[in-house]
Ligand binder design. Structure first.
Ligand SMILES: Cc1cc2nc3c(=O)[nH]c(=O)nc-3n(C[C@H](O)[C@H](O)[C@H](O)COP(=O)(O)O)c2cc1C
Length: 215
């Protein structure tokens, strides 16, 4: 493993929230796979991955989403539209299948004291009031978004994190509720248009001394 810290900072300076994509430029299958793998590798609290990512390339479907996203043009222009969703609620099945996956991946008996204790710990930690449980899952979707944006930048793929859409309407269009999901945030990805003037504007950021306090 080599240290490319400087390159990551350069990539983060290069990236910006793209307002206009070049609709003629598409991600390769390999680029798409790498972005998916990045999402798979995102850390989640206790490893539960109570989320799902929908990747949309179908132009008709993207066109239907555009008005739900207040006509933001990136939805239709992008190569692929990622919709980052959380689970609607945490079920016992979510916990038991995660425990089973952990046991089989790590060659541990599911009914061993370690795994039984692990499952009990998970169940009691997740025994939260519904709004708290949803907020907790949602926070982790945002961690996935952050990772995803950094990965896109490192791969020289453009993106625009997007909260500007009507969540219930998108849930209905994509029939997410029936899969026990709710949309949290979207992220169109692709390649910036040479006409996107936002690629030229300077980043507005608080100065480090004001943003970070060393003690
Ligand atoms: C969670 C989140 C939601 C955002 N929603 C939108 C959006 O709906 N539409 C949009 O054009 N930009 C959106 N942005 C982009 C921000 O406005 C942008 O990241 C911020 O102004 C910093 O600029 P930069 O990302 O270009 O450096 C969103 C950003 C984040 C992190």
């Amino acid at each position: 493993m080599t240290s490319n810290n400087q390159d990551i900072i350069k990539a983060l300076q290069w990236r910006y929230a793209v307002k206009q994509f070049d609709a003629s430029k598409k991600l390769t299958e390999e680029q798409l796979k790498r972005l998916m793998e990045g999402l798979q590798l995102t850390p989640t609290s206790m490893g539960l991955q109570l989320m799902k990512f929908i990747v949309i390339s179908n132009p008709e479907l993207k066109a239907k989403i555009t008005p739900i996203a207040f006509n933001q043009p990136q939805v239709e222009q992008c190569s692929h539209l990622f919709v980052l969703c959380r689970k609607h609620t945490v079920t016992e099945k979510d916990i038991s299948s995660f425990v089973d996956r952990t046991a089989s991946t790590r060659n541990i008996e599911t009914d061993s004291p370690t795994m039984v204790g692990f499952e009990k710990m998970l169940s009691s930690s997740l025994n939260l009031p519904d709004p708290q449980q949803k907020a907790w899952m949602e926070n982790q979707v945002y961690i996935a978004l952050g990772n995803f944006l950094t990965l896109c930048a490192a791969e020289a793929i453009d993106a625009c994190p997007m909260e500007g859409f009507d969540r219930p309407k998108l849930d209905r269009l994509l029939e997410l509720e029936q899969d026990g999901l709710n949309a949290v945030v979207m992220c169109p990805v692709g390649f910036r248009s040479s006409e996107d003037k936002y690629s030229e504007v300077k980043k507005v950021r608080r100065p480090l001394h004001n943003l970070v306090e060393e003690r």
